[in-house]
Ligand binder design. Structure first.
Ligand code: CP
Ligand code: NVA
Length: 296
């Protein structure tokens, strides 16, 4: 059966550890763009329905460093969503390329691709999940602290990035507390799955309580791509959930980026030495190289 990566827990615990080990190894081997052509002759199709800086560049550069090739397929470039059913796209891509990565709105489009593709399908962000981000986050935590015996507080929206992190935390034993405004908690499916994988996080609507004992505080934008119409309502709901110098007291800070400075995080917090965000961004590249070599 084809191994897909629609969410972090498509991997077993052992496979996750394997991907992270590969990532660490490839980070060294491909330092400063040095080629390590283990995927020579292979192609990655990258489908994007939403914009991206990190995901696009890290996958494309990663394939180049591994000796392969990446195709950027933007919203206007292929028939996906313009009349050709997902299952047809999945079957045809499977005849051409070796891996497909998709950034789409509807999570069902990624699982639909996976159902019909005979090549690995990688989720590059849906409205529900962002497992490639979680891989980089876990690599960053492991590098920073040496292991996963770490207390993390998520403060902000409980949607895609948070939901995959909840699963990843349950798989690795990270002690996670999630603080969101009422109504923005991770969904029931995520909480149930986390409980199956390990421990479901404590969920609260109190950011101060959440960060009190945390080693790391993690946030994401309040207005995700595709939610622009909800902007006024969300800014009001998330009042009090900003990472700023009043809330924080020396914890490390994580953010998947892009950051909306002045909304979910202040400029000084993002610019401080406590911010792990640039390591996180770099680790997208290495974590995904680990994933690509694992899947191929
Ligand atoms: N964190 C992340 O996925 O960034 P991009 O939207 O720039 O790809
Ligand atoms: N929650 C954000 C993450 C971007 C990487 C969004 O979906 O826009």
């Amino acid at each position: 059966m084809t191994q897909h990566f629609t969410d972090i827990d498509d991997l077993s615990r052992d496979d996750l550890a394997d991907v992270l080990t590969r990532a660490t190894d490839l980070k060294e081997r491909t330092q400063r763009g040095k080629a390590h052509p283990v995927l020579a002759g292979q192609s990655l199709a990258m489908i994007f329905e939403k914009p991206s800086t990190r995901t696009r560049i890290s996958f494309e550069t990663g394939m180049t460093q591994l000796g392969g090739h990446a195709l950027f397929l933007g919203p206007e470039d292929i028939h996906l969503g313009h009349g050709e059913p997902i299952r047809d796209t999945a079957r045809v891509l499977s005849r051409y390329v070796d891996v497909v990565m998709a950034r789409v709105f509807d999570h069902a489009d990624v699982t639909g691709l996976a159902e019909y593709a005979t090549i690995p399908v990688v989720n590059g962000l849906t409205d529900d999940a962002h497992p490639c981000q979680t891989l980089a986050d876990l690599l960053t935590i492991q590098e920073t602290f040496g292991d996963f015996d770490v207390d993390v507080a998520w403060v902000g929206d409980g949607n895609n990035v948070c939901q995959s992190f909840v699963r990843g935390a349950a798989m690795t034993g990270i002690d996670l507390t999630v603080a969101t405004p009422a109504g923005y908690e991770p969904d029931d499916e995520t909480m149930d799955r986390a409980a199956e994988l390990g421990d479901a996080p404590e969920v609260t609507n109190d950011p101060e309580a959440a960060v009190a004992d945390a080693d790391v505080v993690y946030t994401d934008v309040w207005v995700s791509m595709g939610q622009e119409d909800e902007r006024a309502e969300k800014l009001e709901a998330f009042d009090g959930f900003q990472l700023n110098s009043e809330l924080l007291s020396g914890q490390k800070v994580m953010h998947c980026l892009p950051a909306h400075r002045g909304e979910e995080i202040t400029d000084d917090v993002l610019e401080s030495d406590d911010a792990l965000v640039w390591d996180q961004a770099e680790n997208r590249l290495h974590a995904q190289k680990g994933l690509l070599t694992f899947l191929r």
